[in-house]
Design a protein around this ligand. Structure first.
Ligand SMILES: [Zn+2]
Ligand SMILES: [Zn+2]
Length: 271
């Protein structure tokens, strides 16, 4: 598998070119801008674009759809719930003081569980809403492209129309974390990461959050104190745990507030 990453446009979105080494057929994921650069990268590796796939409908991931389709003739695929966003690009970009051409409509609307193929490569479509209603991840055994659902050490913004923090958390925990720790994660902005790394240490959805569940355990330890004084050490342990949990909880609530306000969330300008 050939995987090329091009960081494109003013919002610095990651466009990925996936190429089948045997057939040299390719899929272009999230052509957000700089169509000519993407076309050059395809030609450089003698790849023929057979599919254009958008992980979601934000303009920084789809703005080069039009030119890319004109030149390559490749069909545009996007989840059905984000498909209407393709003809609202000029207005959504204008809100950021930027210009963008509308995209042609989708040639095929995707849904959870669909499979897309190019050359000898198969990608499984996983519906991961939260950042947008129709956000998808594309999974192929040892890697997954997640768009703006998950970032290295962060998560996607949920303050845009149709965004939902609860849905995003559920998508990440129930649909991405189950793929396996070894799976490499290619994100919509910033560097790649792994499922294992984010499951263990992502401050919004990772293992540190699970420590909050120990709060219940802390309560049991206090219970022991009243009835079984020899277990005083457990009380001390409980106090230490509880203190740590309170700190984590405070941090978590600050993070949640940041997400709700989200103008300060990292990565800085990810859309
Ligand atoms: Zn983005
Ligand atoms: Zn986005």
């Amino acid at each position: 598998m050939i995987i090329k990453t091009l960081t494109v446009g003013p919002i610095q979105a990651n466009c990925y070119i996936l190429g089948c080494e045997e057939t040299l057929e390719a899929a272009v994921i999230d052509p957000g801008d700089e169509a000519d650069r993407i076309l050059h990268a395809l030609a450089e590796s003698s790849l023929t674009a057979k599919l254009i796939i958008n992980t979601h409908g934000h303009f920084d991931h789809v703005s080069a759809n039009k030119r890319l389709k004109e030149v390559t003739g490749a069909p545009i695929l996007i989840h059905s719930l984000d498909a209407p966003m393709l003809n609202q690009l000029s207005s959504s970009a204008a809100a950021f003081g930027l210009a963008a051409d509308n995209s042609p409509g989708p040639d095929k609307e995707l849904n959870d569980g669909d499979e897309v193929t190019f050359g000898n490569t198969l990608l499984k479509v996983i519906h991961t809403p939260g950042h947008t209603p129709g956000g998808i991840s594309l999974y192929a055994a040892d890697f997954v492209l997640v768009g703006d659902t998950l970032f290295a050490g962060s998560i996607g913004r949920t303050d845009f129309p149709g965004g939902s923090f609860e849905a995003l958390k559920e998508s990440i925990r129930q649909k991405l974390f189950v793929l396996g720790d070894h799976v490499k994660v290619y994100t919509g902005h910033g560097p790649p990461t792994t499922i294992g790394e984010e499951r263990r240490s992502n401050p919004f959805v990772g293992g540190k959050c699970l420590l909050l569940r120990l709060r219940a355990g802390g309560g049991i330890v206090y219970f022991h104190k009243g009835f079984l004084s020899p277990f005083l050490f457990l009380y001390k342990l409980g106090a230490i745990l509880d203190f740590g949990i309170r700190i984590l909880n405070l941090r978590n609530s600050v993070h949640n507030k940041l997400i709700e306000r989200s103008d300060s969330i990292n990565p800085k300008f990810a859309i």
